[in-house]
Ligand binder design. Structure first.
Ligand code: GDP
Length: 290
């Protein structure tokens, strides 16, 4: 899905999420496990306000498992409930239900004690930036149990609720929010992981970012994939080495940099080079201690 985010669109997206917050007990904030911070909407805390929240680190199969653990500790330290999931393969689905139950236990107990409502399922909605896996997760949770539970009182537009077992009801349309735009590095991370289209940022620039990142953090994986004994210091030499090895050449034997960039990004996104995480919790530690 390609969405051009203009101020009007952002305001509308925000309004839609805010409206739906009234219908639900808990927000599932879906982020990409490879870029848990860069794939967040910059205003999410403000938008969600004090609604209970469960952070879901999706596409965990594509992330560095060691760093995923660090991210889970990071959230624990901040007192935020987070789970690593793979919506495509259906990993972590049961945990979503049990964590939701835990997070809402007090509220539901209070409601029951006051006799206000009879016990009901937890109502949830998924919120996240485009391509983070919202539809995949909805389909996965829905499994074969999709059931329309009818209109809710007090809302004009009919909402469809997807039943997830007896304990959970999920809004069938997710809240789509915009990613961060201000920081160019965040832009590169979003592009590297395929969260934003390649047409938005120059392909070679994305590949340069990705290669520099891998050289710094995952040099062995890079060397192994492209049969390099050493990683050249100059980025152009690294491009030349990979382009030569892979035959990304123009007539006359010159390196075709566009083709090389395309190859690197394709292999990176399909996990041929390895599984990597591009945001490290240490970068955001200042925020923890605030
Ligand atoms: P949405 O725009 O947030 O609704 O994202 P989609 O559900 O359309 O997913 C975007 C892409 O990510 C699709 O190609 C999905 O197959 C893929 N995807 C979603 N979840 C996962 C996951 O956990 N692991 C992997 N490897 N791919 C996923």
């Amino acid at each position: 899905m390609t969405i051009q985010w203009f101020p009007g669109h952002m305001a509308k997206a925000r309004r839609q999420v805010t409206e739906k917050l009234k219908l639900i007990d808990i927000v599932y904030e879906l982020v990409d496990a490879r870029i848990p911070q860069s794939s967040r909407n910059p205003m999410i805390d403000e938008i969600i306000s004090n609604k209970p929240r469960l952070v879901l680190l999706n596409k965990v199969d594509k992330a560095d498992p060691r760093v995923t653990e660090q991210w889970l500790s990071y959230y624990r330290e901040k007192g935020i409930r987070a789970i690593a999931i793979d919506a495509q393969a259906g990993k972590g689905m049961k945990q979503i239900v049990s964590a939701s139950n835990e997070l809402l236990k007090e509220k539901f107990d209070r409601m029951k004690a006051k006799g206000i409502v009879k016990p009901r399922a937890i109502r949830a909605m998924i919120v996240g930036i485009p391509n983070v896996g919202k539809s995949t997760l909805i389909n996965r949770l829905a499994s074969k149990k999709i059931a329309k539970t009818g209109d809710r009182p007090g809302i004009t537009q009919a909402q469809q609720w997807i039943k997830v077992g007896k304990e959970l009801e999920l809004l069938d349309t997710p809240g789509i929010l915009w990613p961060k735009f201000e920081d160019p590095i965040v832009g590169y991370k979003l592009a590297t992981t395929g969260a934003i289209k390649d047409t938005i940022i120059n392909l070679q620039d994305i590949a340069v970012y990705a290669l520099r990142f891998l050289t710094e953090h995952y040099p062995e994986a890079l060397k192994a994939r492209y049969g390099l004994e050493n990683i050249p210091e100059e980025i152009v030499d690294l491009f030349d080495a990979i382009g030569t090895k892979r035959g990304c050449l123009m007539p006359g034997g010159l390196i075709d940099y566009d083709k090389t960039a395309e190859l690197i990004l394709r292999e990176l996104r399909t996990d041929k080079i390895g599984t990597f995480t591009f945001d490290f919790p240490q970068e955001f530690n200042e925020k923890v201690s605030e």
